[in-house]
Every structure is written in structure tokens, then in C-alpha cells.
Design a protein around this ligand. Structure first.
Ligand code: HEC
Length: 190
């Protein structure tokens, strides 16, 4: 009995997934089904964008990209000012229990950074134009708007940081007076 209910539930999830999502073509749905019911059910419980990343192992097909990027961009909310206070931003960037940016990125003068992501050393040398502020803010709020399926946390989308906190981190990276740009990146056994 239990099993039948579960099977029915699984089946209706399949249907719901198929219907609610124009993102999955009939071929993809077949592909999903061949991977087995459990995989399909697990996928159905994920948000659609996460499910796409799982399905395509982080390599979205070209025809899916424009729609995906547009949806990710639409999730971004903005603060009054894109650049906040670099000192507050530094505390956020370098706190393992907060943003933990340094664990993946080199360039912090406080902690020896990791290399999961690209080096951000002297990031402020890119300039402080509105376009650069916006790019930096958007990448932190929702990296999937630029790098679909990347492992970088989607800080704004998942509520890990508020828009104002993200603006503070943007200032930490971009403000020419910020320690991030005036002090050397930490290396060695720190
Ligand atoms: C789990 C690892 C991880 C964490 C944590 C992380 N990032 Fe990233 N970040 C990445 C990766 C990987 C990329 C490159 C995107 C790609 O190619 O997939 C990236 C890209 C970026 C970029 C764009 C790089 C460029 O040169 O234009 C910026 C800016 C950035 N991250 C800033 C941050 C900030 C600020 C934080 C903390 C609030 C942070 N990241 C936390 C992994 C991470």
C-alpha cells in the first residue's frame, strides 16, 4: 500500500515536473526517466535551476543558456548604493562563519586564500565604474547569473548576505582605500 502511494507520488511529481517546466524537453524527460525513479524524484524536489545543473552536470546546453541567465538575473535585488563600507565588508569577507570568501579566493590581506575560485588580488585595479560595481555586486548576489551552476555560493539568492552586506563586500574589493587594495595578499602559514 505504502509503496503504491509512493509510486503514485513519484509519478505525479514526474508529471508536475514535465508540465510545470518547459525547460525539460521530451528527450530530457526520457533521459531522466532512464536514470531511475529515485533520481527523478530527487531532481523533482530540487528547484528547477538546481535540477538543470544536476541533469547537465554543470554544462548547460547552449539553447538553455539565455533563459537560464535571464531567470538568474531576475532574482537579483539591489541596495540603495552598490558600494557600502569597506571595513564592514572586510569583516564579512574574512569571517569563516559569514561569507568565507577567502576559502575559495586568493587576495585577502588577512587570510591566505584558497584557489577554488580565481584570484581576486588587488581587485580594485579594475577601476570603480558603475559597470564594475554592478558586475561585482551581481556576481556575489547570484553567481549563476554569470557562471551557471558554479560552486560559488549564491549569497543573495540564499539569504546568506543582505543586499547591504553585499554592497559592503563590493566596497572591500573595489575601494582604493580598502586594505584589500593597499595591503599585500596574505600567503604562507597563516
Ligand atoms: C565555494 C567557493 C567560493 C566561495 C565561498 C566564493 N567564491 Fe567567488 N568564485 C568561485 C568560483 C569557482 C568562481 C569562478 C566562477 C566559475 O568560473 O565557475 C568565483 C568567481 C568570483 C568572482 C568573479 C571573478 C572575476 O575575476 O571576475 C568574484 C568577484 C567573486 N567570486 C567574489 C567572491 C566573494 C566576494 C565571495 C564571498 C562573499 C566569494 N566569491 C565566495 C568560488 C567561490
Amino acid at each position: 500500500m505504502h509503496r503504491i502511494v509512493l509510486a503514485l507520488l513519484g509519478f505525479s511529481l514526474l508529471l508536475a515536473l514535465g508540465q510545470s517546466s518547459s525547460l525539460f524537453t521530451p528527450e530530457e524527460q526520457k533521459l531522466l526517466q532512464t536514470a531511475g525513479k529515485e533520481f527523478y524524484t530527487a531532481l523533482a524536489e530540487q528547484p528547477k535551476d538546481q535540477a538543470l545543473c544536476s541533469l547537465y552536470k554543470n554544462k548547460l546546453p547552449a539553447d538553455q543558456l539565455p533563459g537560464f541567465l535571464q531567470e538568474q538575473r531576475a532574482k537579483i535585488k539591489y541596495p540603495a548604493k552598490l558600494m557600502g563600507d569597506w571595513k564592514r565588508g572586510g569583516a564579512i569577507f574574512n569571517d569563516m562563519a559569514k561569507a568565507n570568501c577567502f576559502s575559495c579566493h586568493y587576495g585577502s590581506p588577512v587570510h591566505w586564500g584558497g584557489n577554488v575560485g580565481p584570484s581576486l588580488e588587488k581587485y580594485g585595479q579594475r577601476g570603480q565604474s558603475e559597470a564594475i560595481q554592478r558586475y561585482t555586486y551581481e556576481v556575489i548576489y547570484n553567481p549563476w547569473a554569470y557562471f551557471p551552476c558554479t560552486v560559488m555560493y549564491r549569497f543573495g539568492v540564499h539569504g546568506l548576505l543582505t543586499p547591504e552586506e553585499i554592497a559592503d563586500v563590493v566596497a572591500y574589493l573595489l575601494d582604493p582605500a580598502s586594505d584589500f587594495n593597499t595591503k599585500p595578499a596574505a600567503t604562507g602559514g597563516q
